[in-house]
Ligand binder design. Structure first.
Ligand SMILES: NC(=O)c1ccc[n+]([C@@H]2O[C@H](COP(=O)([O-])OP(=O)(O)OC[C@H]3O[C@@H](n4cnc5c(N)ncnc54)[C@H](OP(=O)(O)O)[C@@H]3O)[C@@H](O)[C@H]2O)c1
Length: 224
């Protein structure tokens, strides 16, 4: 039985990741900014831990609480996304917020949990990125903060994969599709359970030979 940790697990894709991981009999730790308001997460059978990914002290405290507990896999899922506005609307605060949550936080979570991940047998690290972080696929522009922060996450993972490959880690960036969640909105074509089934299948079958790669939830390799 493997042990997983999923960030941003109180709703959306993170909640469904915990539900499906628990349903197959693995142990799952789901993080939430407000554990007291994470009833749906608790109902999945997940253990709930507090984490605000914008607060480095909160990230380090999570690492300290888990010290000595092996983790087989980490899924960095917490993220923010809204897509409007042109270059004239950008502010330093907006860009810093996007880079903070979507790029800096996932790699700082890896740093904090690395002792637990090294102690686990699974050695899987997956980040939920977005096709909107693909420079090659950007045909419509906009979403400056979101697109750039996900592209940065993809690059951070590329270096992480190279650094950790000799230890047997598999580090992936995964696009969940356009998913019907609070972020994706009611018009999204992909249901959350189908997206998550795909994401978990990709994580399960991927090994160190594909570490650093960018995959769609259906297993397709995506362009940078
Ligand atoms: N839905 C889509 O169509 C789509 C497409 C491509 C990529 N993605 C990516 O998939 C991931 C999950 O998206 P989703 O659709 O499930 O979004 P969602 O329904 O908006 O959920 C986002 C999750 O991230 C958490 N989060 C946000 N800021 C946080 C912070 N500072 N600290 C801790 N947790 C924080 C939220 O917690 P709170 O409840 O506390 O805010 C929530 O649990 C994101 O990385 C997103 O970029 C989604």
């Amino acid at each position: 039985m493997a042990t997983w940790l999923v960030t941003g697990a109180n709703r959306g894709i993170g909640l469904e990741l915990c539900r499906q991981i628990a349903a197959r009999g693995d142990t799952v730790i789901g993080t939430a900014r407000d554990p007291g308001a994470a009833a749906a997460l608790r109902e999945t059978g997940a253990r709930v831990e507090a984490l605000d990914v914008t607060d480095p002290a909160s990230i380090d405290a999570l690492g300290a609480r888990l010290r000595g507990e092996p983790l087989d896999g980490l899924i960095n899922n917490a993220g923010i996304g809204s897509f409007g506005g042109g270059v004239a609307d950008l502010t330093a605060e907006h860009l810093a917020r996007y880079f903070g949550v979507n790029a800096s936080a996932p790699i700082l979570v890896v740093r904090a949990l690395l002792p637990s991940l090294r102690a686990g047998a699974g050695k899987k690290i997956a980040h939920v990125t977005s096709l909107m972080g693909s420079i090659a696929d950007n045909g419509s522009g906009g979403a400056y903060g979101y697109r750039a922060s996900k592209a940065a996450l993809n690059m951070l993972n590329a270096s992480l994969a190279l650094e950790l490959r000799r230890e047997g880690f598999t580090c992936l960036v995964l696009n969940p599709g356009w998913v019907k969640t609070d972020m994706g909105g009611p018009g999204a074509p992909t249901l959350v359970d189908a997206s998550v089934r795909g994401l978990l299948a990709v994580i399960d079958r991927s090994g160190p030979d594909v570490s650093g790669r960018f995959f769609n939830h259906d297993g397709r390799a995506l362009p940078w």
